[in-house]
Design a protein around this ligand. Structure first.
Ligand SMILES: O=C([O-])CC(=O)C(=O)O
Ligand SMILES: [Mg+2]
Length: 234
């Protein structure tokens, strides 16, 4: 191994911020990032999905840069990992080998990592699904990973279409993986909380409309004001 660029873990994101994020959906957070002009609204590629839809993933990013199915730096990052961190493996969407399976998954669970995201494939689908640690990948492929090294740990990477810095906030659920840049978490939360309040009002309007409809009474306006405004401007 010639040049090794393995860096320490960043500080964990404060729990108070994580708790606020947990109350919102990825869609609301993305809408918040859209309103702030954040690139790709922090959304990783649609093909990167949870192995098990019921496992929500949230934590502070520890990035791993690798390629061609090489899982050496992923091993190192797992053994250097700590609870609260999510491994974000920038595997360049490699499709000729997998990057890891259930042995590495169970080691990560033993360490207490909050989850692993792989821009590439994994194997041992059943074994991985039986663990409690959330694993997100682009698919399943049984071919052996390479073992080459060094790769990089905790450098700025691009993972599944999104730039990720060590320490960014990572959120995964059945809708996919979302990245919130660490230095913008407060602003994103404020914008997403506004969207949440708007959605609550919309739900009330729709419920009201259904009530009138069921009573065969004349219907209240269902379209949101911004739609009506745009129609009137045309
Ligand atoms: O053997 C490997 O390198 C990957 C694997 O299948 C596991 O972690 O279970
Ligand atoms: Mg295996």
């Amino acid at each position: 191994m010639s040049k090794v660029n393995y860096n320490d873990l960043t500080e964990l994101i404060p729990q108070a911020l994580i708790d606020r994020v947990k109350k919102l959906s990825p869609a609301q957070l993305c809408d918040g990032m859209e309103s702030l002009g954040i690139e790709r609204n922090g959304c990783m590629d649609a093909g990167l999905m949870p192995l098990d839809d019921s496992k929500v993933l949230i934590g502070t990013a520890c990035t791993v840069d690798t390629e061609d199915g090489d899982n050496f730096p992923i091993h190192v990052a797992i053994y250097q990992g700590k609870p609260g961190y999510v491994l974000v493996v920038a595997g360049k969407g490699y499709t000729e080998r997998c990057y890891m399976g259930d042995l590495m998954g169970s080691a990560a669970e033993a360490v207490g990592l909050n989850g692993i995201i792989i821009d590439g494939y994994v194997r041992d689908k059943e074994g991985l699904a039986s663990l409690s640690i959330p694993i997100y990948a682009k698919g399943i492929m049984q071919r052996s990973p390479a073992k080459r090294g060094p790769g990089e740990i905790n450098t700025v990477v691009t993972c599944a279409g999104v730039k990720v810095k060590p320490g960014d906030l990572i959120l995964g659920d059945y809708d996919g993986v979302t990245v919130i840049p660490r230095d913008r978490i407060e602003e994103v939360l404020e914008a997403a909380e506004k969207k949440d309040a708007y959605e609550e009002k919309r739900r009330a309007t729709i419920a009201e409309y259904i009530k009138y409809k069921n009573r065969n009474e004349s219907l209240p306006e269902l379209a949101p004001a911004w739609v009506t405004d745009m129609i009137n401007k045309k």
